[in-house]
Design a binder for this molecule. Structure first.
Ligand SMILES: [Zn+2]
Length: 222
């Protein structure tokens, strides 16, 4: 039996990945585009799309993002991160962070994680300065993060633990706390950035805006 996602993705109503072939194509095309921007060097970075109520389609582990194809994706259970079908490709090592986001935000349909340089640099500088959220004020691009009515936004910053499930646990704990309209993004010090949205286009647009916000913050200075 082939592991091609066309065969394995569920197609529940209102599914962000209602057309499973499109979902796999979208994941791989987005990965190649982010690789071309230099945000997914080598095999780094990972992208996922919610597939029905109980599963997530995510990029497979250890494959060069510049060469990714629609077959290089794997359907995993939303509760455990285990492949739905035995013999599938191995899912991204950072699948658990994606699942923490999906659990926290039921309306989220896609999650993008990459290593864009300005976001990584700003997150690392913030961590060395004592940590805490990264706050942007006044910049027009804040609107690109879904903040049309606010002039500031705070992006939570997490430590880059060697054990990825520890990062995922801290992400889950953070977003389990009641918050008014939390940002659709997080930063991991010395590592990279993760954004999410209703669909893959919104999630990747937000990553572009976050990276530029970080670039502007570094240019403007303290
Ligand atoms: Zn990463």
């Amino acid at each position: 039996m082939t592991a091609h996602p066309v065969d394995v993705v569920s197609t529940a109503p209102n599914d962000a990945a209602a057309d499973p072939y499109d979902a796999a194509v979208g994941l791989s095309a987005t990965a190649r585009a982010l690789y071309d921007r230099g945000w997914m060097p080598g095999t780094s970075g990972n992208i996922s799309i919610r597939s029905g109520a109980d599963a997530v389609l995510i990029t497979a582990s250890g494959l060069g993002k510049g060469r990714l194809t629609s077959a290089d994706t794997v359907l995993v259970r939303a509760d455990t991160g285990a492949p739905v079908r035995p013999g599938s490709l191995r899912p991204s090592a950072e699948t658990c962070i994606h699942l923490a986001v999906y659990r926290a935000f039921p309306a989220v349909g896609a999650v993008v994680h990459a290593h864009p340089p300005y976001a990584t640099a700003l997150a690392s500088r913030r961590s060395r300065a004592g940590g805490g959220p990264v706050r942007f004020t006044d910049l027009e691009l804040i609107k690109g993060m879904g903040r049309s009515y606010l002039d500031s936004i705070e992006i939570p910053l997490f430590a880059n633990w060697r054990e990825v499930p520890r990062i995922a646990a801290e992400v889950g704990e953070h977003f389990a706390r009641p918050a008014t309209d939390p940002a659709p993004a997080l930063l991991i010090a010395h590592h990279g950035a993760t954004t999410w949205g209703a669909d893959l286009a919104e999630a990747s647009d937000r990553l572009e805006c976050l990276e530029t916000l970080c670039q502007l913050a570094l240019l403007i200075g303290d």
